[in-house]
Ligand binder design. Sequence first.
Ligand code: DLZ
Length: 208
Amino acid sequence: MSFVKGLVPSDAQEDGSHLRVAIVHARWNKTIIDALVDGAVAKLKERGVKQNNIVIQSVPGSFEIPLACSKLLSAAHVQAGATATDLLGGLGSFASPKTGSVSSRSGTPAPSTVTMPSQPFDAVIAIGVLIKGATMHFEYICDAVSHALMKLQMDSGVPVIFGILTALTDEQALERAGLGTGQSKGHNHGEDWGSAAVEMGSKCRKWS
Ligand code: DLZ
């Protein structure tokens, strides 16, 4: 099959069983976010990532995602036995990362002090849904968030998967989460982001 647009699968099917992946998602446009996060998690698991190596955290909006990703990556480098309070305490509603299970997206505050794992994250998937409104707000947030996520990836050396939908209409966003209301439901891009995290996490391990 030949593709004109879209993602062609990698030649090598990287094994995700040794990888640890974080997902940081916004809560704006939550129905679409939930579908994207579910798509990413399903693909991570299909590619071998263990459930207890997937950590999910939420923040209010897309604008908050880069800082949260940065803090989470730094916190994961703390040695086992240390606590996350100092690193994450300044984030207010940003809950401390839980380990051992996929955390809920209910917004329920997590305990303020948790024991951090020793294994750093191999990749982080940033998931947000920005939908254009009447003002310039959309343009400013899209620009700031995309630049900040690229900078984080280059500065940290950890792959940051760009899961920010920048849609001009509700329907565009729904279609990209597989929730389209037209003839086709569209494609859930969260699945592609899960695959990208496994591929980049594995490759960057080999290359470092
Ligand atoms: C304020 C705002 C608006 C208008 N639209 C969105 C959106 O479509 N998607 C999104 O993720 N966040 C939106 N926000 C919230 C901002 O990202 C941010 O949370 C607030 O400006 C507070 O910093």
